[in-house]
Design a protein around this ligand. Structure first.
Ligand SMILES: [Zn+2]
Ligand SMILES: [Zn+2]
Length: 217
């Protein structure tokens, strides 16, 4: 029976006084400070329950996606020990949780900012990267669990969240369903103003060809 640990307690027990923790924070892949490190050695003792609100910028979402307001997440991380005959075991980290927040992207037609709500629940399994080359030997017990890899004895919660948030972003966001977009000639936002640019008016004689073309696309 494992005793869950609250995130606040977890963070408090990993205060900056430990040199090892400071080193890892500075060495984080994204360059940002580590907010929640999930370590196998901690999970061996008990599972980790987390509940956190990320400020915009704490999770690096790249240049095209911006977080608006707080992004709330909660869930748990636990150790799944796979036995492979004899003494061989593989320590997997299972991360189960959800997040909800708002992000801002550019409208695919007029490039104006669009704020969209994003939320998702996830159930992810991370294997040590050293086991990657023997993956074919490893049976996946839970079919609906996605597989990732961790290295260095653990992983950052932010890294998983980044992936999950970006997966939740629609490929093409529109500021409104009938966005008129930018004028291809002068570049004005046609939702806001009209321009006198000559738009190519389709010749009715070519209409059939146009239909055919759209069918082929
Ligand atoms: Zn638009
Ligand atoms: Zn124009």
């Amino acid at each position: 029976m494992t005793v869950p640990i609250r995130a606040a307690e977890f963070l408090a027990s990993h205060s900056l006084t430990s040199e090892a923790v400071v080193g890892r924070r500075l060495g984080s892949a994204s360059g940002a400070c580590s907010i929640m490190k999930i370590r196998v050695q901690d999970l061996e003792i008990r599972k980790l329950e987390f509940e956190h609100q990320f400020q915009p910028g704490e999770i690096d979402l790249g240049s095209e996606v911006r977080q608006v307001g707080l992004l709330a997440t909660d869930g748990r991380a636990e150790l799944i020990r796979e036995h492979h005959g004899g003494r061989e075991t593989i320590d997997d980290i299972r991360l189960v949780g959800k997040f909800a927040g708002q992000i801002e992207v550019s409208c695919a037609r007029c490039l104006e900012p669009v704020v969209i709500p994003v939320s998702r629940s996830f159930d992810l399994l991370y294997r040590p990267s050293e086991s990657a080359e023997r993956t074919d030997e490893v049976a996946i017990n839970e079919a609906d669990t996605e597989i990732g890899y961790y290295s260095g004895g653990g992983m950052e919660l932010e890294d998983s969240l980044r992936e999950q948030i970006l997966l939740a972003v629609p490929i093409k966001a529109l500021c409104r369903y009938d966005c008129k977009g930018l004028c291809p000639v002068c570049g004005v936002n046609r939702n806001e103003q009209l321009c006198d640019c000559k738009q190519s008016v389709p010749d009715p004689r070519w209409a059939t060809l146009g239909d055919l073309k759209s069918k082929l696309q």
